[in-house]
Structure formats: C-alpha cells, structure tokens
Design a protein. Structure first.
Length: 187
C-alpha cells in the first residue's frame, strides 16, 4: 500500500517576500508560522498609542542617528517562516532598501484584544531570537500598562509599569513616561 507524502506548504521568508510584492500597498501582511496573515485596520485608540509612542521614541533615537517607524517586518535567521510587523520599530544604520529589518534595536507591540495571545506568546518567542534586539515593549491598549522586556547578559528580564512609571531606555539615552504613551486618551 502506498502512502501519500504530506508536502510542507509553509512559506519561508524569500517566498513570502516575492508573494507580498504583488499585494496592494494598502494591505499589510505578516508571515506567521509559514502562513500569510492579513492584518485588519487597528482601532483609533490603538493608533493613537502607536503615534504617541513612535513620536517619543523617534525624538530619542534621532540624535543617535537612529529612527522610530511603524510598519517594518522583522526578520530572524533562526525562524525563516515568521515575519511579524510590530507597531513601532527603532533601528539605526542606513535606510533599508525594502520594508524588512534584520537589525532592530527596539520593537513595540500595542496589544489589541484580538491579538493579545499571539503578541504575548509566539511573537515574544520570535523577538527573543533577533540578535540585535535589546528592548521589546508590550503596550496594553485596554489599560495603562507597559511591559519592558530587556535582553540581559544571559536572559531576558521583564518589568511591568503603570500610570506613574517611566520606560528607561539607556540604549537611547532617555526615558519615556508611561503617561506620554497614553496622552490624549480617556481611561
């Protein structure tokens, strides 16, 4: 009796990149465990948090020759079938020729209720494989709370901050008050 061989249909980064080139500009796709996933438009509260955070991070990054921006895909040599798009990326060096960064210094994910388990689970595991990444910010959209994941000498540490806290960013020679991240939003 012959057995049918199951073919692995998971997409790697190179195939995903070619596939995504033909997609309309207004579509944003992530590659999650080998499957392209279309991102839905975020809510206004989510976007306000992203804009507040990106602005503060860019002000700290620019004097160092770095920049904060939304919408870059993150690539890790260790996980070829996973290319997430965090809400904010800080990176240094020359501008990228495309929308994929292998060298982020900091990434920030603003949690939405529908993506919370993915963002706090699989994505954190992925980000920990990116050698250049020093800081991961998990920013809650439904409460004033920020988790600061920082790469240490042997492992990652986590610090939770509330309304009166400040995100210390020695990598950018500054801090971001948590209240600034949520500026303009009613609780």
């Amino acid at each position: 009796m012959a057995l049918a061989a199951k073919r692995d249909t998971r997409m790697g980064f190179a195939a995903f990149r070619r596939w995504a080139e033909d997609r309309p500009d207004e579509e944003r796709w992530e590659l999650l465990d080998g499957e392209p996933v279309l991102m839905s438009p975020p809510r206004e509260r989510h976007q306000r948090i992203v804009m507040n955070l990106a602005g503060r991070l860019d002000a700290l990054a620019e004097p160092r020759g770095c920049r904060a921006m939304p919408g870059l895909g993150i690539v890790s040599a260790e996980q070829d079938d996973f290319v997430p798009i965090p809400d904010v990326v800080v990176r240094c060096g020359p501008p990228l020729p495309d929308g994929y960064a292998e060298d982020p210094l900091l990434v920030a994910e603003v949690l939405s209720p529908s993506t919370m388990s993915l963002d706090r689970g699989r994505k954190i595991d992925f980000y920990r494989t990116v050698p250049s990444l020093r800081v991961l910010l998990i920013v809650y959209s439904d409460e004033v709370r920020v988790e600061v994941w920082r790469q240490g000498p042997s492992d990652w540490t986590v610090q939770a901050l509330g309304p009166g806290g400040s995100v210390a960013l020695p990598e950018l020679d500054g801090t971001v008050p948590v209240s600034d991240i949520y500026r303009g939003l009613a609780d």
